[in-house]
Design a binder for this molecule. Structure first.
Ligand code: ADP
Length: 193
C-alpha cells in the first residue's frame, strides 16, 4: 500500500500516519520530521533548511526531493509507504511521479486529504506549541505555515481529485474516530489492489 497524506498543519495527519504505518507494517515518511532531525544533526541539508522551517516557508524542492528519494529507495520501502507532508506543491507532485516511475515503475495507490476547519487548526497548533515547544509553532510562523498550505499545497486537492485518486477524511473528530474512518478507506483500497 502506497499512500499520500495531505492536509493543513494541525490536521492530525502525522499522528494518523504513524498509527497506520505501524498497523500496515509500512514505512512512515514524514518530511517535516526528517528535516527537523537533519537540522538537529546539523547536516548540510539541515543547515540549509533551518531558516525556511523557522519562518514557516517551504524548504527548497531540491532538498526535499533528495530526502524523499533516499527514503523511497530504501529496501523497507518495497513493502509500501505513507508519505506525510509531501508533496507540498505541484512541482513536488510532478517530481514524485517521475521518481516513482524511476524507482519502482509503480505509482501511489491513493491520496488521503484530512479536512479540519481553520479555527480548530489554530487552537490545536497553539496547544502543540505549549506541549512540544516546536520553534515553528509561534503565532507569526503559524500564520505563514497556514498561508503556505492554502497557496501552495491546497491546489494538490484538485490535482489529485482530477486523477480520481483522492479520498477525503473529516479530521475534526476524536483521534480514534479518525483512525476508524481511515481504516475503512484503507480496507476498501485493499479490496481493489
Ligand atoms: P506541519 O504539517 O504541522 O506544518 P511538518 O512537520 O510537516 O509540519 O513540516 C514542518 C516544516 O518543514 C514546514 O513548515 C516546512 O518548512 C518544512 N517541510 C516539511 N515538508 C516539506 C516539503 N514537502 N516541502 C518543503 N518544505 C517542507
Amino acid at each position: 500500500m502506497r499512500l499520500i497524506f495531505l492536509g493543513p498543519p494541525g490536521a492530525g495527519k502525522g499522528t494518523q500516519a504513524s498509527i497506520l504505518g505501524k498497523n500496515l507494517g509500512t514505512l512512515h515518511i514524514s518530511t517535516g520530521e526528517l528535516l527537523r532531525q537533519e537540522r538537529k544533526d546539523k547536516t548540510k541539508r539541515g543547515v540549509e533548511a533551518q531558516s525556511y522551517i523557522d519562518r514557516g516557508a517551504l524548504v527548497p524542492d531540491r532538498v526535499v526531493m533528495e530526502i524523499v528519494h533516499e527514503q523511497l529507495t530504501k529496501p523497507e520501502a518495497k513493502k509500501g509507504w505513507i508519505l506525510d507532508g509531501f508533496p507540498r506543491n505541484v512541482s513536488q507532485a510532478d517530481a514524485l511521479d517521475e521518481l516513482l516511475i524511476g524507482v519502482s515503475q509503480q505509482s501511489y495507490d491513493c491520496v488521503i486529504s484530512f479536512e479540519v476547519p481553520e479555527s480548530v487548526l489554530v487552537e490545536r497548533l497553539k496547544e502543540r506549541a505549549i506541549k512540544e515547544g516546536r520553534t515553528d509553532d509561534t503565532p507569526e510562523v503559524l500564520r505563514n505555515r497556514l498561508q503556505s498550505y492554502h497557496e501552495e499545497t491546497a491546489p494538490l486537492i484538485k490535482f489529485y481529485g482530477d486523477r480520481k485518486k483522492l479520498e477525503i477524511i473529516n479530521g475534526f473528530m476524536s483521534m480514534e474516530a479518525v483512525t476508524g474512518a481511515l481504516k475503512e478507506v484503507v480496507d476498501d483500497l485493499k479490496k481493489n489492489i
